[in-house]
Design a protein around this ligand. Structure first.
Ligand code: NAD
Length: 295
Protein backbone atom coordinates (compact mmCIF):
# COMPACT_ATOMS: atom_id res chain seq x y z
CA UNK A 1 0.00 0.00 0.00
CA UNK A 2 1.22 3.51 -0.77
CA UNK A 3 1.29 5.20 2.60
CA UNK A 4 1.29 8.92 3.36
CA UNK A 5 3.54 10.44 5.98
CA UNK A 6 1.90 12.50 8.71
CA UNK A 7 4.41 15.29 8.54
CA UNK A 8 4.46 16.86 11.99
CA UNK A 9 7.45 19.01 11.15
CA UNK A 10 5.66 20.73 8.29
CA UNK A 11 2.30 21.11 10.05
CA UNK A 12 3.88 22.35 13.26
CA UNK A 13 5.72 24.97 11.16
CA UNK A 14 2.37 26.21 9.80
CA UNK A 15 0.89 26.30 13.30
CA UNK A 16 3.92 28.19 14.62
CA UNK A 17 3.40 30.82 11.92
CA UNK A 18 -0.32 31.07 12.83
CA UNK A 19 0.61 31.51 16.49
CA UNK A 20 3.26 34.17 15.84
CA UNK A 21 0.79 36.10 13.64
CA UNK A 22 -1.79 35.96 16.43
CA UNK A 23 0.82 37.21 18.91
CA UNK A 24 1.68 40.16 16.64
CA UNK A 25 -2.02 40.98 16.24
CA UNK A 26 -2.69 40.75 19.97
CA UNK A 27 0.25 43.04 20.75
CA UNK A 28 -0.81 45.54 18.06
CA UNK A 29 -4.23 45.64 19.76
CA UNK A 30 -2.69 46.32 23.17
CA UNK A 31 -2.63 42.70 24.31
CA UNK A 32 0.10 40.86 26.12
CA UNK A 33 3.16 39.02 24.81
CA UNK A 34 2.86 35.39 26.02
CA UNK A 35 5.48 34.45 28.59
CA UNK A 36 6.45 30.86 29.36
CA UNK A 37 8.66 29.85 32.28
CA UNK A 38 10.40 26.48 32.37
CA UNK A 39 12.04 24.76 35.33
CA UNK A 40 14.78 22.24 34.63
CA UNK A 41 16.36 20.12 37.35
CA UNK A 42 19.63 18.28 36.74
CA UNK A 43 21.57 17.60 33.55
CA UNK A 44 19.70 14.75 31.86
CA UNK A 45 20.61 14.94 28.15
CA UNK A 46 17.10 14.27 26.81
CA UNK A 47 15.49 16.78 29.20
CA UNK A 48 18.08 19.43 28.25
CA UNK A 49 17.23 18.88 24.58
CA UNK A 50 13.45 19.03 25.13
CA UNK A 51 13.67 22.24 27.15
CA UNK A 52 16.04 23.83 24.63
CA UNK A 53 13.55 23.04 21.85
CA UNK A 54 10.70 24.56 23.85
CA UNK A 55 12.63 27.75 24.60
CA UNK A 56 13.68 28.08 20.95
CA UNK A 57 10.07 27.57 19.78
CA UNK A 58 8.97 30.35 22.16
CA UNK A 59 11.47 32.73 20.59
CA UNK A 60 10.34 31.79 17.08
CA UNK A 61 6.72 32.47 17.98
CA UNK A 62 7.50 35.85 19.56
CA UNK A 63 6.97 34.72 23.17
CA UNK A 64 9.02 35.69 26.19
CA UNK A 65 10.58 32.73 27.94
CA UNK A 66 12.61 32.13 31.07
CA UNK A 67 14.54 29.04 32.06
CA UNK A 68 15.15 28.37 35.76
CA UNK A 69 17.80 25.70 36.37
CA UNK A 70 18.49 23.74 39.52
CA UNK A 71 21.01 21.03 40.20
CA UNK A 72 20.03 17.44 41.04
CA UNK A 73 20.32 18.03 44.78
CA UNK A 74 17.75 20.82 44.95
CA UNK A 75 15.33 20.46 47.87
CA UNK A 76 11.57 20.29 47.45
CA UNK A 77 11.34 23.51 49.46
CA UNK A 78 13.63 25.42 47.04
CA UNK A 79 11.62 24.15 44.10
CA UNK A 80 8.31 25.05 45.71
CA UNK A 81 9.61 28.54 46.53
CA UNK A 82 10.43 29.08 42.86
CA UNK A 83 7.07 27.72 41.72
CA UNK A 84 5.34 29.95 44.25
CA UNK A 85 7.24 32.97 42.95
CA UNK A 86 6.23 32.14 39.36
CA UNK A 87 2.62 31.42 40.38
CA UNK A 88 2.49 34.96 41.79
CA UNK A 89 4.28 36.72 38.93
CA UNK A 90 1.56 38.37 36.84
CA UNK A 91 3.81 38.67 33.80
CA UNK A 92 4.33 34.89 33.51
CA UNK A 93 1.41 33.15 31.78
CA UNK A 94 2.57 29.54 31.72
CA UNK A 95 4.88 27.32 33.76
CA UNK A 96 6.28 23.92 32.89
CA UNK A 97 8.46 21.73 35.07
CA UNK A 98 10.44 19.36 32.88
CA UNK A 99 9.96 15.74 33.95
CA UNK A 100 11.40 13.42 35.15
CA UNK A 101 12.50 14.93 38.47
CA UNK A 102 15.11 13.39 40.81
CA UNK A 103 13.72 10.61 43.01
CA UNK A 104 13.72 12.65 46.23
CA UNK A 105 11.20 15.08 44.73
CA UNK A 106 7.57 14.08 44.35
CA UNK A 107 6.42 14.83 40.79
CA UNK A 108 2.84 14.58 41.98
CA UNK A 109 3.34 17.26 44.64
CA UNK A 110 5.20 19.53 42.24
CA UNK A 111 2.48 19.28 39.60
CA UNK A 112 -0.20 20.00 42.16
CA UNK A 113 1.71 23.04 43.40
CA UNK A 114 1.54 24.76 40.01
CA UNK A 115 -1.35 27.20 39.70
CA UNK A 116 -3.82 25.39 37.36
CA UNK A 117 -4.27 28.69 35.49
CA UNK A 118 -0.57 28.54 34.54
CA UNK A 119 -0.37 24.76 34.07
CA UNK A 120 0.14 24.86 30.30
CA UNK A 121 1.33 21.23 30.32
CA UNK A 122 -2.20 20.30 31.43
CA UNK A 123 -0.88 17.84 34.05
CA UNK A 124 -2.58 19.40 37.11
CA UNK A 125 -5.58 17.37 38.38
CA UNK A 126 -7.82 20.41 37.83
CA UNK A 127 -6.93 20.53 34.14
CA UNK A 128 -6.99 16.73 33.74
CA UNK A 129 -10.43 16.67 35.40
CA UNK A 130 -11.82 19.52 33.33
CA UNK A 131 -10.48 17.90 30.15
CA UNK A 132 -12.17 14.63 31.11
CA UNK A 133 -15.50 16.41 31.58
CA UNK A 134 -15.13 18.29 28.30
CA UNK A 135 -14.79 21.66 30.07
CA UNK A 136 -12.31 24.34 28.94
CA UNK A 137 -8.87 23.17 30.07
CA UNK A 138 -5.22 23.12 29.11
CA UNK A 139 -5.00 19.83 27.23
CA UNK A 140 -1.68 18.11 27.58
CA UNK A 141 0.57 18.83 24.67
CA UNK A 142 1.25 15.40 23.17
CA UNK A 143 -2.39 14.23 22.94
CA UNK A 144 -3.42 17.66 21.69
CA UNK A 145 -0.68 17.62 19.03
CA UNK A 146 -1.69 14.14 17.86
CA UNK A 147 -5.33 15.18 17.47
CA UNK A 148 -4.28 18.27 15.51
CA UNK A 149 -2.08 16.16 13.24
CA UNK A 150 -5.00 13.81 12.58
CA UNK A 151 -7.41 16.70 11.98
CA UNK A 152 -5.16 18.70 9.65
CA UNK A 153 -4.63 15.61 7.50
CA UNK A 154 -8.40 15.21 7.12
CA UNK A 155 -8.46 11.85 8.92
CA UNK A 156 -11.90 10.99 10.27
CA UNK A 157 -12.07 9.70 13.84
CA UNK A 158 -15.87 9.45 14.13
CA UNK A 159 -17.02 5.84 14.34
CA UNK A 160 -13.46 4.54 13.98
CA UNK A 161 -11.87 1.97 16.25
CA UNK A 162 -8.88 3.62 17.90
CA UNK A 163 -6.47 1.45 19.84
CA UNK A 164 -4.13 3.31 22.18
CA UNK A 165 -1.23 1.29 23.59
CA UNK A 166 0.02 2.86 26.83
CA UNK A 167 -1.94 4.38 29.73
CA UNK A 168 0.39 7.10 31.02
CA UNK A 169 -1.18 10.23 32.49
CA UNK A 170 0.56 12.42 29.93
CA UNK A 171 -0.11 10.52 26.70
CA UNK A 172 -2.16 7.31 26.54
CA UNK A 173 -4.89 7.98 29.09
CA UNK A 174 -5.77 11.56 28.07
CA UNK A 175 -5.67 10.55 24.42
CA UNK A 176 -8.10 7.69 25.04
CA UNK A 177 -10.49 10.12 26.76
CA UNK A 178 -10.21 12.81 24.08
CA UNK A 179 -10.79 10.36 21.22
CA UNK A 180 -13.98 9.12 22.86
CA UNK A 181 -15.46 12.59 23.42
CA UNK A 182 -18.39 13.88 21.45
CA UNK A 183 -16.68 16.41 19.24
CA UNK A 184 -14.85 16.96 15.97
CA UNK A 185 -11.69 15.08 16.93
CA UNK A 186 -13.50 12.41 18.93
CA UNK A 187 -16.51 10.15 18.47
CA UNK A 188 -14.24 7.15 18.16
CA UNK A 189 -14.64 3.77 19.82
CA UNK A 190 -11.53 3.50 21.94
CA UNK A 191 -9.64 0.55 23.37
CA UNK A 192 -6.89 1.42 25.84
CA UNK A 193 -4.22 -1.29 26.07
CA UNK A 194 -1.40 -1.53 28.61
CA UNK A 195 1.16 -3.86 30.13
CA UNK A 196 -1.52 -6.22 31.53
CA UNK A 197 -3.54 -6.45 28.31
CA UNK A 198 -3.98 -10.00 27.05
CA UNK A 199 -4.00 -10.77 23.33
CA UNK A 200 -2.68 -7.31 22.47
CA UNK A 201 -1.98 -8.35 18.89
CA UNK A 202 -5.59 -9.49 18.39
CA UNK A 203 -6.82 -6.09 19.56
CA UNK A 204 -4.30 -3.90 17.73
CA UNK A 205 -4.99 -5.78 14.48
CA UNK A 206 -8.54 -4.42 14.57
CA UNK A 207 -7.49 -0.79 14.90
CA UNK A 208 -8.41 1.73 12.23
CA UNK A 209 -6.17 4.15 14.12
CA UNK A 210 -3.34 2.66 16.19
CA UNK A 211 -1.45 4.87 18.62
CA UNK A 212 1.76 3.52 20.14
CA UNK A 213 2.84 5.22 23.40
CA UNK A 214 4.65 2.37 25.08
CA UNK A 215 8.21 3.58 25.46
CA UNK A 216 9.73 0.43 23.93
CA UNK A 217 11.71 0.80 20.75
CA UNK A 218 10.30 -1.12 17.77
CA UNK A 219 7.50 -2.69 19.86
CA UNK A 220 4.86 -2.55 17.12
CA UNK A 221 5.55 -5.00 14.30
CA UNK A 222 3.68 -5.53 11.04
CA UNK A 223 1.66 -8.47 12.34
CA UNK A 224 0.04 -6.10 14.89
CA UNK A 225 -1.32 -3.73 12.25
CA UNK A 226 -4.35 -3.92 9.98
CA UNK A 227 -3.97 -3.23 6.27
CA UNK A 228 -4.85 0.45 5.66
CA UNK A 229 -4.53 1.53 9.31
CA UNK A 230 -3.43 4.97 10.47
CA UNK A 231 -0.42 4.52 12.77
CA UNK A 232 0.76 7.21 15.19
CA UNK A 233 4.14 6.59 16.81
CA UNK A 234 4.68 8.54 20.02
CA UNK A 235 7.86 6.80 21.15
CA UNK A 236 11.23 8.55 21.14
CA UNK A 237 14.38 6.49 21.60
CA UNK A 238 17.99 7.42 21.02
CA UNK A 239 19.73 4.45 19.46
CA UNK A 240 23.37 4.09 18.47
CA UNK A 241 24.09 4.53 14.79
CA UNK A 242 27.28 4.46 12.77
CA UNK A 243 25.50 6.29 9.95
CA UNK A 244 25.14 9.65 11.68
CA UNK A 245 27.72 12.22 12.76
CA UNK A 246 26.38 12.33 16.31
CA UNK A 247 26.66 8.54 16.65
CA UNK A 248 22.95 8.08 17.43
CA UNK A 249 19.57 8.47 15.80
CA UNK A 250 15.98 8.69 16.93
CA UNK A 251 13.61 5.74 16.62
CA UNK A 252 10.04 5.17 17.68
CA UNK A 253 7.85 2.49 19.25
CA UNK A 254 6.93 1.22 15.76
CA UNK A 255 9.11 -0.79 13.38
CA UNK A 256 8.65 1.83 10.68
CA UNK A 257 10.19 -0.02 7.71
CA UNK A 258 7.98 -3.09 8.00
CA UNK A 259 4.81 -1.37 9.27
CA UNK A 260 4.64 1.62 6.88
CA UNK A 261 3.81 -0.41 3.74
CA UNK A 262 0.62 -1.67 5.47
CA UNK A 263 -0.57 1.80 6.48
CA UNK A 264 -2.68 4.50 4.87
CA UNK A 265 -0.93 7.09 7.06
CA UNK A 266 1.99 6.86 9.47
CA UNK A 267 4.06 9.32 11.51
CA UNK A 268 7.83 9.34 11.06
CA UNK A 269 10.22 9.49 14.02
CA UNK A 270 11.63 12.09 14.18
CA UNK A 271 9.38 14.70 12.55
CA UNK A 272 5.98 13.28 13.50
CA UNK A 273 4.49 13.68 16.97
CA UNK A 274 7.50 15.44 18.57
CA UNK A 275 7.19 18.84 16.83
CA UNK A 276 3.39 18.77 17.27
CA UNK A 277 3.90 18.45 21.03
CA UNK A 278 5.99 21.60 21.14
CA UNK A 279 3.53 23.76 19.17
CA UNK A 280 0.69 22.53 21.38
CA UNK A 281 2.58 23.85 24.38
CA UNK A 282 2.86 27.21 22.60
CA UNK A 283 -0.87 27.12 21.87
CA UNK A 284 -1.66 26.55 25.54
CA UNK A 285 0.64 29.41 26.53
CA UNK A 286 -1.06 31.71 24.04
CA UNK A 287 -4.46 30.68 25.49
CA UNK A 288 -3.08 31.49 28.96
CA UNK A 289 -1.89 34.95 27.88
CA UNK A 290 -5.28 35.59 26.27
CA UNK A 291 -7.02 34.31 29.42
CA UNK A 292 -9.18 32.08 27.24
CA UNK A 293 -9.47 29.08 29.57
CA UNK A 294 -10.04 30.53 33.03
CA UNK A 295 -10.98 34.11 32.13
P1 NAD B 1 5.22 5.57 30.22
O1 NAD B 1 6.42 4.73 30.46
O2 NAD B 1 4.74 6.47 31.30
O3 NAD B 1 4.00 4.63 29.81
C1 NAD B 1 4.18 3.54 28.98
C2 NAD B 1 2.90 2.75 28.93
O4 NAD B 1 3.10 1.62 28.08
C3 NAD B 1 2.43 2.23 30.28
O5 NAD B 1 1.13 2.70 30.52
C4 NAD B 1 2.43 0.71 30.14
O6 NAD B 1 1.26 0.10 30.69
C5 NAD B 1 2.46 0.50 28.64
N1 NAD B 1 3.24 -0.69 28.34
C6 NAD B 1 4.50 -1.00 28.75
N2 NAD B 1 4.85 -2.22 28.30
C7 NAD B 1 3.80 -2.70 27.62
C8 NAD B 1 3.55 -3.90 26.93
N3 NAD B 1 4.47 -4.86 26.87
N4 NAD B 1 2.35 -4.05 26.33
C9 NAD B 1 1.41 -3.09 26.38
N5 NAD B 1 1.61 -1.90 27.01
C10 NAD B 1 2.78 -1.72 27.62
O7 NAD B 1 5.52 6.35 28.88
P2 NAD B 1 4.96 7.74 28.25
O8 NAD B 1 5.41 8.87 29.10
O9 NAD B 1 3.53 7.62 27.88
O10 NAD B 1 5.85 7.77 26.92
C11 NAD B 1 5.77 6.74 25.95
C12 NAD B 1 6.80 6.99 24.88
O11 NAD B 1 6.49 8.21 24.23
C13 NAD B 1 8.24 7.16 25.37
O12 NAD B 1 9.12 6.63 24.39
C14 NAD B 1 8.40 8.66 25.47
O13 NAD B 1 9.76 9.06 25.33
C15 NAD B 1 7.58 9.11 24.32
N6 NAD B 1 7.02 10.46 24.42
C16 NAD B 1 7.09 11.20 23.30
C17 NAD B 1 6.53 12.48 23.29
C18 NAD B 1 6.59 13.28 22.03
O14 NAD B 1 6.40 14.47 22.07
N7 NAD B 1 6.82 12.64 20.89
C19 NAD B 1 5.90 12.98 24.43
C20 NAD B 1 5.81 12.18 25.56
C21 NAD B 1 6.37 10.89 25.54
Amino acid sequence: MAYKLLNGKEISGQIKTEISEKVKKNIAEGGKRPHLAAILVGNDGASETYVAHKVKACEQAGFKSGLFRFDNKVSEKELFDKINEINNNDDIDGLIVQLPLPEHISEEKVIQFINPKKDVDGFHPVNAGRMTLGLPAYISATPQGILELIKRNGIETSGKHCVVIGRSNIVGRPLSILLSQKNETGNATVTLCHSRTKNLKEISRHADILIAAIGKEGFVSKDMVKEGAVVIDVGIHRVKSDKTKSGWKLKGDVKFDEVAPKCSYITPVPGGVGPMTIVSLLKNTLLAAEKKIYG
